[in-house]
Design a protein around this ligand. Structure first.
Ligand SMILES: *Cc1c(COP(=O)(O)O)cnc(C)c1O
Length: 401
């Protein structure tokens, strides 16, 4: 049997940096240093009685990797400790996490209120898929607390938002929206991908469920797809566990093992990425060919005060408007030599994307405009390269506009 490396009572006093390396780890009888990879779909029983007992006592032992797996459990436990959540379940992608976190709770006749500024696929779940099942969805300007209040007034099962939003970097006042949705009898579900578990703690601000695409900063090196849902024991027991077990959005143990290793370096990477991103955001802001820069820890961000209140740093993503619309943006992207054009983010490699023609291309132009995604908007995911090299690359490419 595996046993925990840290005594359960030791974790509460440990800092994030320590938990990222040691939290949730268990060791087998071989006393391995690195977390073991249990690449197995099933588990065996000593006798028929043991199998019977395993199916009667949900969760007391491993029975099938669609439900739980020891490597996946280590990853879930490590992330749970960082987030300060009671429960965590890992999923095969960020979208599986968003979908399961919402659908496990919702039923026909329920109402969902969501901020409008969402990642493309999140928008499709909320605006297109949920209504097919008789779930009413209202989209609001996530920055406008009056709009949240009005939309939540008739009652709602769930409020959903991203903060900062992908890609327009809109910030939602999580504490205020949590209060409003609780008053409406519902729960707040937050997609915390842009902030990472280190820069923003939605649960501490009053949110009920946090979802991640671990594909992004938690992997951090662009290798795997994955996701996670963090919630209370009650949400897990009343809603999530049953849905997860039987609809099968589970994470592969191999990917969980990579993500465990990703967490070990998360703090180092995110700190460095934030530092470089702030430097590059300042540079872009001073450049005559950049019309506007959106970065949460620049004082020019329209919600700078709120961002400072609920985030520890600005994160690794910068959005900016380039003069010359789509043509200008394309020229800029095509002239970059170091930064790759890619719709992924949170990678060690700096990546740039033009949301209007890629991640958000299939949305009607008026919805894109409401989300703050203009034709000249560029999203830069800052990686781990030297700041001076990235700055030189941006500078050279901006000359091409
Ligand atoms: C990437 C992303 C997702 C989806 O994650 P996948 O792992 O690609 O499924 C959801 N929300 C946000 C904010 C994202 O950036």
């Amino acid at each position: 049997m595996t046993r925990p490396v840290l005594p359960a009572d030791a974790t509460s006093s440990l800092a994030d940096a320590t938990l990222l390396v040691r939290g949730g780890a268990t060791r087998s009888q071989f006393e391995e240093t690195s977390e073991a990879l249990f690449l197995t779909s099933g588990f065996v029983y000593e006798n028929a009685e043991a199998a019977e007992a395993a199916f009667q006592n949900d969760g007391s032992r491993y029975v099938y990797s669609r439900y739980r797996n020891p490597t996946v459990t280590m990853f879930e436990e490590r992330l749970r400790l960082i987030e300060g959540a009671q429960a965590c379940r890992a999923t095969a992608s960020g979208m599986a996490a968003v979908f399961a976190a919402l659908l496990c709770r919702l039923k026909a006749g329920d109402r969902v209120v969501s901020s409008r500024a969402l990642f493309g696929s999140c928008h499709y779940i909320v605006a297109d898929i949920l209504p097919r099942y008789g779930i009413e969805c209202v989209l609001v300007d996530g920055r406008d607390l009056g709009a949240w209040e009005k939309a939540l007034a008739p009652g709602a099962a769930i409020a959903f938002c991203e903060s900062p939003s992908n890609p327009a970097m809109e910030i939602v006042d999580l504490a205020a929206v949590a209060r409003l949705v609780h008053r409406a009898g519902g729960l707040l579900v937050v997609d915390n991908v842009f902030a990472t578990p280190l820069l923003q703690k939605p649960l501490a601000l009053g949110a009920d469920v946090v979802v991640y695409s671990t594909t992004k900063h938690i992997d951090g090196q662009g290798r795997t797809l994955g996701g996670a849902v963090l919630c209370s024991e009650k949400y897990l027991k009343d809603h999530f566990a049953f849905f997860y077990r039987h609809t099968g959005p589970c994470l592969s143990p191999f990917n969980a093992w990579i993500l465990l290793k990703g967490l070990e370096t998360l703090e180092l990477r995110v700190e460095r990425q934030c530092r470089t991103a702030l430097g590059l955001a300042r540079f872009l802001e001073s450049h005559p060919k950049v019309a506007r820069v959106l970065y949460p820890s620049l004082p020019s961000h329209p919600q700078y005060a709120l961002a400072r209140r609920q985030m520890k740093a600005g994160g690794s993503l910068i959005a900016f408007d380039i003069d010359g619309g789509k043509e200008g943006a394309f020229r800029f992207l095509n002239a970059l030599r170091l930064v790759d054009i890619s719709n992924n983010l949170g990678d060690a490699k700096s990546l740039v994307t033009h949301p209007a023609t890629t991640t958000h291309a299939k949305l009607p132009p008026e919805i894109r405009a409401q989300m703050g995604i203009g034709e000249g908007l560029v999203r830069l995911s800052v990686g781990l390269e030297a700041e001076e090299d990235l700055r030189a690359d941006l500078e050279t490419a901006l000359k091409e506009i």
